[in-house]
Design a protein around this ligand. Sequence first.
Ligand SMILES: Nc1nc2c(ncn2[C@@H]2O[C@H](COP(=O)(O)OP(=O)(O)O)[C@@H](O)[C@H]2O)c(=O)[nH]1
Ligand SMILES: [Mg+2]
Length: 292
Amino acid sequence: LATPITYTDFKSLARAISLVENETAEGEALLPRLQSYEIPVVGITGPPGAGKSTLLNAVLHELLSSDKKIGLILVDPSSPFHFGALLGDRLRLSQHFNNENIFIRSVATRGSLGGLSDKIIEILEVMKAFPFDYIFIETVGVGQSEVEIAGIADTTVVVLVPEAGDSIQAMKAGLMEVADIFVINKSDRPGADMFLNNLSLQLHLNDRSHIPIVSTIASESQGIKELINKISESFQQSRLSFRKALLFTEKVYRIIQKRRMQSFDKSQLRIDIEQHVNDDGFSIFKFAQKYL
Ligand SMILES: Nc1nc2c(ncn2[C@@H]2O[C@H](COP(=O)(O)OP(=O)(O)O)[C@@H](O)[C@H]2O)c(=O)[nH]1
Ligand SMILES: [Mg+2]
């Protein structure tokens, strides 16, 4: 049996990620051999401008000051529309780029609708073979990414701001379900108290009063220690609960789905359909049968 693989330096970790990202034979071969450390994987999501990067910056600052090793995945929006946001993240987080205890990797999103990279599960598994104390993933908070992040992270932190909350009922569908922790950032803004009350009411009405709410002012590093505590508690809980099996089920399902569809040529399917779409009695189900 081949020996399990772990990493002890960032250079070999970065190389392994590239091998996997580029779907090389070497990368495919190393995936099943990786040995995972038990590392809290924390997803940070929420609408653009909520202060996710500022918050992450403050959290990193706090953790790095106690000598923690951190892995950070930034989900790069590939759409030029989001380019500004990405640049902003880079600037805000750049003070950590040269810290020897932090490893930063950017990944592309799947498309203009957001959604996480096709390779994120694999990249994460490679990163878990390095003994980080925490791994953080900041998503762009558009499209599908916040729902997807919940299937990948042990703890999903949803960042909201008071002004978003003209009404919390308008909260994007799905956000309520995916949050393990809510952060109300920009608590220095007017309406923060009312927003907090509204959010706890909504959680209560939805049988989710157990979800902690942390008020922060990320730009002044307020509430950061409390957030870190809640993240640790949440990770301890996720280890015990059935949630872990649920997470692994989702991940393994995605891996199987991807492998099975690997050889499938969608453009060929389109050509085939174009040729038959006007046939008498054309049926999508009958058509699909040909390929099953
Ligand atoms: N007033 C106030 N502004 C903040 C706070 N946190 C972040 N900001 C500002 O909000 C803007 C967007 O922050 P950013 O971290 O880029 O948001 P992201 O798009 O969610 O990553 C920046 O101008 C920050 O300086 C806060 O707690 N209070
Ligand atoms: Mg950001």
